[in-house]
Design a binder for this molecule. Structure first.
Ligand SMILES: Cc1cc2nc3c(=O)[nH]c(=O)nc-3n(C[C@H](O)[C@H](O)[C@H](O)COP(=O)(O)OP(=O)(O)OC[C@H]3O[C@@H](n4cnc5c(N)ncnc54)[C@H](O)[C@@H]3O)c2cc1C
Length: 459
């Protein structure tokens, strides 16, 4: 080994959500840890994902509230978006969190190495000429934007979310290719910022993994907001011009805009990092793991977007913690991925936990359902949002899924996750008193109805 220190208990490759959470928990458990990061600690989520997009979405909400101020009796004039100001807001939030996580790693005694790492054996990672040896190695190199065959991303007219987050202007018009979470969130932001937006999605609905009724509610809300949608339509090609892009869809229809955002998913970062040479099984770019995030090579683990589980920061945190505790011999329980909450932070928000009605049917459950319309929820009316809370429960059994749409509804998923993960019965939740007036009352009302004692429900 060129570099002195080691062997460590754990070598973590990649300092994003999955990697740094593993490092922090392992250090807390008394392990010696080296964390190797080639760019910035915090990874995609902190610098190019969750946090910057949510600062944009907050600015978008403020813009819309300013436009709508008169409807609640407040005189205000919306003059426009100062994109440099939005970027400044983003940087302030990101930098504070970035400092915070670096401070945490330092205070817990994690050794952070700046550089590009490569797996050079089952228990060794090389950074240049230095080799770090660990009793365990955790691969956490994350993911990067994907494209489609023949679709070149030039970073100018045809861009990814990474370019969109540093764009120096509000585009006059955008075509968003992909109606998943990232595409929907950018469509929402840009529309609020004043752009003309069209979303193209090959599958029949936006957010195709959500309960169909949630997707349809979002589509209706987007239509009301003037966000155009080409659903169940495949992209065929794009031509760039001096002023923008011309996108051709399957069937020959063409769309023109200033920009094309490609949001067709993210692929794991595993190529050229020595994984397969070290014997680690990789399937279509993702590292294959068992329920404890162990790869097929003893002592080598993988977490986060690198593995084919939910591509969410909090799933990555949980996997990092699981691995640290597994290595420390604490015997942690595997993650129930159905119990991981999902939120799309568009306007309106879409949130869910548990399973959809389609999955419930596929798994052979006999179910009952209740949808509570936010029209009956005063707090939602004050917030001027439409939407609903839909509960799917096993007949005479626990809640299987909670699916919600509405402005600010994402915060309610916390209650949904307690209900789902504790396998609560609707009648048990109906016993709990929800504060009035809150949006959470919509959850309570749905449970009251399922328990056979509806309160504010029109028959
Ligand atoms: C636009 C956008 C919005 C998102 N919004 C949300 C959201 O609201 N909520 C949510 O839960 N999730 C969100 N996500 C997803 C979330 O960002 C990811 O799930 C999460 O970042 C995955 O963490 P990770 O640690 O697996 O990978 P990453 O965060 O990608 O981290 C991997 C790290 O490894 C480093 N690395 C890679 N190769 C090497 C190497 N060879 N040597 C050293 N270092 C290396 C990278 O530099 C990077 O820092 C969003 C993603 C995007 C793109």
């Amino acid at each position: 080994m060129a570099e002195g220190s080691g062997p460590y208990d754990i070598v973590v490759l990649g300092g994003g959500s999955g990697g740094y959470a593993c490092a922090l928990r392992a250090a807390e458990l008394g392990k010696t840890v080296v964390l190797i990061e080639k760019d910035k600690i915090g990874g995609t989520c902190l610098h190019r994902g969750c946090i910057p997009t949510k600062t944009f979405l907050h600015a978008a909400e403020v813009a819309d509230e300013t436009r709508e101020a008169e409807s609640v009796g407040v005189r205000a004039t919306f003059e426009g978006i100062d994109i440099a100001g939005v970027h400044g807001f983003r940087d302030k939030i990101v930098n504070r969190a970035w400092k915070g996580v670096q401070g945490l790693l330092k205070s817990r005694g994690v050794t952070v190495v700046e550089g590009t790492g490569r797996l050079v054996g089952a228990n060794r990672v090389a950074v240049g000429d230095d080799v770090y040896e660990g009793r365990a190695v955790v691969l956490a190199t994350g993911s990067a934007p994907r494209s489609l065959p023949g679709l070149d991303i030039d970073g100018d007219r045809v861009i990814t979310s990474e370019h969109a987050l540093v764009l120096d202007r509000v585009p006059s018009s955008v075509i968003v290719l992909g109606g998943g979470v990232i595409g929907v969130e950018f469509a929402s932001v840009w529309r609020s910022f004043g752009s003309e937006v069209t979303v193209v999605e090959a599958l029949p609905h936006l957010l195709p993994l959500e309960e169909e009724s949630s997707s349809k509610a979002l589509e209706r809300a987007f239509r009301r907001r003037g966000i155009k949608q080409e659903l169940g339509t495949r992209f065929e090609s794009v031509k760039t011009t001096d002023t923008g892009v011309v996108v051709t869809l399957e069937g020959g229809k063409t769309l023109e805009a200033e920009l094309l955002l490609v949001a067709v998913g993210r692929g794991s970062v595993s190529a050229g990092l020595g994984y397969e040479e070290a014997g680690v099984t990789v399937d279509r770019g993702s590292v294959v793991v068992d329920e404890y995030c162990r790869t097929n090579v003893p002592g080598v683990y993988a977490v986060g977007d690198l593995i084919p589980t939910l591509q969410l920061a909090h799933a990555g945190f949980a996997e990092g913690i699981l691995v640290a505790e597994h290595i420390a011999g604490l015997g942690p329980a595997p993650i129930d991925y159905d119990g991981v909450p999902r939120i799309t932070y568009s306007d309106p928000e879409v949130a869910s936990v548990g399973i959809t009605s389609v999955t419930a049917r596929e798994r052979g459950f006999d179910t009952v359902e209740m949808t509570y319309d936010l029209a009956g929820n005063p707090k939602s009316q004050i917030l001027q949002t439409q939407g609903s809370v839909k509960i799917i429960a096993q007949k005479d059994g626990p809640v299987l899924g909670v699916h919600m749409v509405g402005r600010r509804i994402g915060e309610l998923v916390t209650e949904g996750q307690l209900i789902y993960n504790w396998e609560a019965l609707p009648a048990e939740v109906a016993q709990l008193i929800h504060a009035h007036p809150t949006q959470s009352e919509a959850v309570g009302e749905a449970m009251l109805a399922l328990a056979g004692k509806p309160l504010h429900v029109h028959n």
